[in-house]
Design a protein around this ligand. Structure first.
Ligand code: FES
Ligand code: FES
Length: 160
Protein backbone atom coordinates (compact mmCIF):
# COMPACT_ATOMS: atom_id res chain seq x y z
CA UNK A 1 0.00 0.00 0.00
CA UNK A 2 1.47 3.36 -1.00
CA UNK A 3 1.76 5.91 1.79
CA UNK A 4 3.00 9.48 1.51
CA UNK A 5 5.46 10.61 4.16
CA UNK A 6 6.95 14.07 4.62
CA UNK A 7 10.49 13.70 5.89
CA UNK A 8 12.84 16.64 6.35
CA UNK A 9 10.47 18.72 4.22
CA UNK A 10 10.44 16.29 1.28
CA UNK A 11 7.51 14.05 0.36
CA UNK A 12 8.21 10.37 -0.25
CA UNK A 13 5.79 7.74 -1.51
CA UNK A 14 6.53 4.35 0.04
CA UNK A 15 4.84 1.06 -0.77
CA UNK A 16 4.90 -0.78 2.55
CA UNK A 17 2.59 -2.46 5.03
CA UNK A 18 1.02 0.31 7.18
CA UNK A 19 2.14 -1.47 10.35
CA UNK A 20 5.83 -1.40 9.35
CA UNK A 21 7.86 0.52 11.95
CA UNK A 22 9.01 3.90 10.67
CA UNK A 23 12.64 2.97 11.43
CA UNK A 24 12.54 0.12 8.90
CA UNK A 25 11.13 2.45 6.26
CA UNK A 26 13.73 5.13 6.93
CA UNK A 27 16.68 2.75 6.84
CA UNK A 28 15.68 -0.04 4.46
CA UNK A 29 13.31 1.66 2.03
CA UNK A 30 14.61 5.22 1.91
CA UNK A 31 18.28 4.55 2.70
CA UNK A 32 18.36 7.12 5.49
CA UNK A 33 20.70 5.23 7.79
CA UNK A 34 21.53 8.06 10.18
CA UNK A 35 18.74 6.85 12.48
CA UNK A 36 20.01 3.79 14.35
CA UNK A 37 18.50 0.50 15.48
CA UNK A 38 19.34 -0.38 19.06
CA UNK A 39 16.77 -2.37 21.01
CA UNK A 40 13.70 -2.28 18.79
CA UNK A 41 11.54 -2.01 21.92
CA UNK A 42 11.47 1.71 22.78
CA UNK A 43 14.08 1.22 25.50
CA UNK A 44 17.31 2.81 24.25
CA UNK A 45 16.47 5.91 22.20
CA UNK A 46 18.89 5.15 19.35
CA UNK A 47 16.04 5.40 16.82
CA UNK A 48 14.70 8.79 17.97
CA UNK A 49 13.23 11.08 15.31
CA UNK A 50 10.81 14.02 15.50
CA UNK A 51 7.12 13.82 14.70
CA UNK A 52 5.75 17.38 14.49
CA UNK A 53 8.70 18.49 16.62
CA UNK A 54 8.27 15.89 19.35
CA UNK A 55 10.84 13.17 19.98
CA UNK A 56 9.41 9.72 19.19
CA UNK A 57 10.87 6.22 18.96
CA UNK A 58 10.73 5.20 15.32
CA UNK A 59 11.31 1.49 16.12
CA UNK A 60 7.82 1.17 17.59
CA UNK A 61 6.00 3.80 15.51
CA UNK A 62 3.86 2.33 12.71
CA UNK A 63 4.62 4.19 9.53
CA UNK A 64 0.90 4.79 8.97
CA UNK A 65 0.90 7.06 12.06
CA UNK A 66 3.28 9.39 10.24
CA UNK A 67 1.00 10.14 7.30
CA UNK A 68 0.21 13.87 7.44
CA UNK A 69 2.94 14.55 10.01
CA UNK A 70 6.20 16.43 9.67
CA UNK A 71 8.98 13.93 10.29
CA UNK A 72 12.51 15.15 10.99
CA UNK A 73 15.51 12.84 11.17
CA UNK A 74 19.17 13.35 11.98
CA UNK A 75 19.74 13.97 8.25
CA UNK A 76 17.51 17.07 8.45
CA UNK A 77 17.89 18.41 11.98
CA UNK A 78 20.89 20.59 11.07
CA UNK A 79 18.63 22.66 8.83
CA UNK A 80 16.75 23.92 11.88
CA UNK A 81 18.13 26.67 14.12
CA UNK A 82 18.02 24.56 17.25
CA UNK A 83 19.42 21.47 15.54
CA UNK A 84 22.31 23.46 14.10
CA UNK A 85 23.17 24.82 17.53
CA UNK A 86 22.99 21.36 19.07
CA UNK A 87 25.25 19.85 16.41
CA UNK A 88 27.79 22.66 16.79
CA UNK A 89 27.77 22.25 20.58
CA UNK A 90 28.24 18.48 20.17
CA UNK A 91 31.37 19.17 18.15
CA UNK A 92 32.74 21.87 20.46
CA UNK A 93 32.24 19.64 23.53
CA UNK A 94 33.54 16.56 21.72
CA UNK A 95 30.58 14.55 22.99
CA UNK A 96 30.86 11.56 20.69
CA UNK A 97 32.69 8.34 21.56
CA UNK A 98 31.65 5.34 19.46
CA UNK A 99 28.82 7.43 18.06
CA UNK A 100 26.14 4.76 17.88
CA UNK A 101 23.67 6.44 20.24
CA UNK A 102 24.40 9.98 19.14
CA UNK A 103 21.81 10.49 16.41
CA UNK A 104 19.12 9.73 18.94
CA UNK A 105 20.79 11.88 21.60
CA UNK A 106 20.92 14.87 19.25
CA UNK A 107 17.27 14.41 18.27
CA UNK A 108 16.15 14.26 21.90
CA UNK A 109 18.32 17.26 22.82
CA UNK A 110 16.93 19.28 19.90
CA UNK A 111 13.33 18.50 20.87
CA UNK A 112 14.10 19.50 24.46
CA UNK A 113 15.61 22.86 23.51
CA UNK A 114 12.82 23.61 21.04
CA UNK A 115 10.26 23.30 23.85
CA UNK A 116 12.44 24.55 26.73
CA UNK A 117 15.20 26.93 25.58
CA UNK A 118 16.98 27.06 28.97
CA UNK A 119 16.64 23.71 30.70
CA UNK A 120 18.20 23.08 34.11
CA UNK A 121 20.08 19.91 35.06
CA UNK A 122 16.94 18.10 36.24
CA UNK A 123 15.04 18.99 33.08
CA UNK A 124 17.93 17.81 30.93
CA UNK A 125 18.13 14.56 32.89
CA UNK A 126 14.40 14.04 32.53
CA UNK A 127 14.30 14.70 28.80
CA UNK A 128 17.41 12.64 28.04
CA UNK A 129 16.84 9.73 30.42
CA UNK A 130 15.39 7.52 27.68
CA UNK A 131 18.55 7.76 25.57
CA UNK A 132 21.08 5.15 26.63
CA UNK A 133 24.81 5.60 25.93
CA UNK A 134 26.98 2.54 26.45
CA UNK A 135 30.08 4.77 26.28
CA UNK A 136 28.84 6.98 29.12
CA UNK A 137 28.90 10.38 27.41
CA UNK A 138 26.15 11.72 29.67
CA UNK A 139 28.12 14.54 31.32
CA UNK A 140 29.33 15.88 28.00
CA UNK A 141 25.81 15.63 26.59
CA UNK A 142 24.55 17.76 29.46
CA UNK A 143 27.32 20.32 28.89
CA UNK A 144 26.64 20.44 25.16
CA UNK A 145 22.94 21.06 25.74
CA UNK A 146 23.84 24.01 27.97
CA UNK A 147 26.28 25.35 25.37
CA UNK A 148 23.59 25.05 22.68
CA UNK A 149 21.09 26.84 24.93
CA UNK A 150 23.52 29.72 25.48
CA UNK A 151 24.08 30.03 21.75
CA UNK A 152 20.45 30.82 20.98
CA UNK A 153 19.92 34.02 18.97
CA UNK A 154 19.62 37.14 21.13
CA UNK A 155 21.08 35.37 24.14
CA UNK A 156 24.35 37.35 24.18
CA UNK A 157 22.49 40.66 23.84
CA UNK A 158 20.07 39.66 26.61
CA UNK A 159 22.95 38.96 28.95
CA UNK A 160 24.73 42.24 28.16
S1 FES B 1 15.86 1.10 18.81
FE1 FES B 1 14.13 2.30 19.26
S2 FES B 1 14.29 2.75 21.37
FE2 FES B 1 15.92 1.35 21.00
S1 FES C 1 28.76 7.22 22.16
FE1 FES C 1 28.91 5.05 22.18
S2 FES C 1 26.94 4.41 22.82
FE2 FES C 1 26.91 6.54 23.09
Amino acid sequence: MALTLKINGVEHSVDVDPDTPLLWVLRDVLGMTGTKFGCGMSLCGACTVHMNGNAVRSCVMPVSAMVGAEVTTIEGIGATDVGKRVQEAWLSQQVVQCGYCQSGQIMSASALLASNPNPGDAEIEGAMSGNICRCGTYLRIREAIKVAAKAQPGKAEDAA
